[in-house]
Design a protein around this ligand. Structure first.
Ligand SMILES: [Mn+2]
Length: 348
């Protein structure tokens, strides 16, 4: 068996699926992050360049401007929010569907029905807990890996035409894999395994320009992103006696700083650098709910907190969810009081 429980049998079945498919649709979770975009782009690039497939990415919604660059020009991309008919037609015409960086089609929201109605065989490559494996002909799934991009990397290495040699990956695929892994590990800070460094070493040796990847990821923000991050930390960060740090980013602030989707990425991690903080929660106001991001230090469960208080889930130390009004709290102004209760429930 190769790394991460990748079984020879599953590789054989996956290779046969890829061989039989002609029109292949690759998808990932809603609000696609760097790992979703990196893994999807890499697989589509591989299928087109190495296997000659009509492969395309179909996503529930458009990538944020901050991560859009991860999808190379060589990868056709359709998004349900901007082009719903084309997405549905593409799914209906597909004879193979592959889901990445999500544990089931419920995470594709608006596209869930179309994917579930499709008679095409389906494959899964993911690193979230609780995979919906019944729906998939082949599933590669373990939470003990840095990212979907890393798991996909080792699956691709096992395929006969790659034969363990990263230099045989298309350049676009190699770069997208390194980019996806880099974002999900927060640049090698979290969820890093021996295989993660090995992957990075092999991709660098194969010619991926990591300096360019880092510059694209971390040095191309708009000025307002830095300013709103500073403002929220200075004015809005609260820390409870139990050690929960939280920031409530209300709509008026997000509008005042003209914040786009993806521009507060990474903010939730910052309060964890404070010694007495055990868990950090970021709330972002939307129309009738807050989008919730949770991070925790080792020994404290972001996932348990997301499941118990925010209709969510995810990874042990990195989870997310939602907080609705009037169902969960009377209105957005009640968020602080709710978070103080959550702090007592989760941390004492
Ligand atoms: Mn991921």
């Amino acid at each position: 068996m190769a790394l991460y429980g990748i079984e020879t049998e599953s590789i054989r079945a996956f290779d046969a699926l890829l061989e039989s498919g002609r029109t292949v649709t690759v998808t990932a979770h809603t609000h696609p992050d760097g790992d979703a975009l990196g893994s999807v782009s890499a697989l589509v690039a591989y299928l087109r360049e190495r296997r000659g497939k009509d492969a395309a990415a179909v996503l529930p919604d458009s990538p944020a401007a901050t991560v859009r660059f991860i999808v190379p020009d060589s990868v056709p991309l359709l998004c349900h929010d901007t082009d719903p008919e084309a997405c549905l037609a593409r799914i209906a015409a597909s004879d193979l569907v592959i889901l990445l960086d999500a544990n089931g089609f419920s995470r594709t929201e608006g596209l869930q029905e179309a994917f579930e109605a499709s008679p095409a065989p389906k494959a899964l490559i993911d690193h979230h807990v609780g995979p919906d494996t019944d729906r998939f002909r082949v599933a590669f799934s373990t939470p003990d890996v840095s990212s979907a991009s890393e798991l996909l990397y080792y699956v691709l290495l096992e395929l006969p035409d790659i034969g363990g040699d990263a230099r045989r990956l298309p350049a676009d695929a190699a770069r997208a894999l390194l980019t996806g892994m880099t974002t999900d590990t927060n640049n090698f800070a979290n969820s890093v395994y021996p295989g993660t460094f090995r992957m990075a070493a092999e991709l660098l040796a194969a010619g991926v320009d990591r300096d360019a990847v880092l510059a694209d990821l971390y040095n191309r923000y708009r000025e307002n992103r830095v300013r709103v991050m500073g403002y929220l930390q200075y004015e809005k960060l609260r820390i409870t006696p139990e050690g929960l740090a939280f920031i409530v980013a209300t709509r008026d602030i997000l509008e005042r700083f003209d914040v786009d989707e993806g521009e507060t990425e990474g903010l939730v991690n910052i309060p964890l650098s404070i010694d007495r903080v055990k868990m950090s929660i970021l709330l972002k106001e939307e129309k009738d709910h807050f989008r919730v991001s949770i991070r925790s230090k080792k020994g404290f469960s972001a996932r348990a907190c997301a499941m118990a208080h925010f209709h969510g889930g995810g990874h042990e130390n990195a989870s997310g969810g939602k907080l609705w009004w009037p169902a969960d709290i009377p209105g957005p102004e009640a968020a602080d009081a709710y978070l103080e209760q959550v702090s007592r429930a989760c941390l004492s």
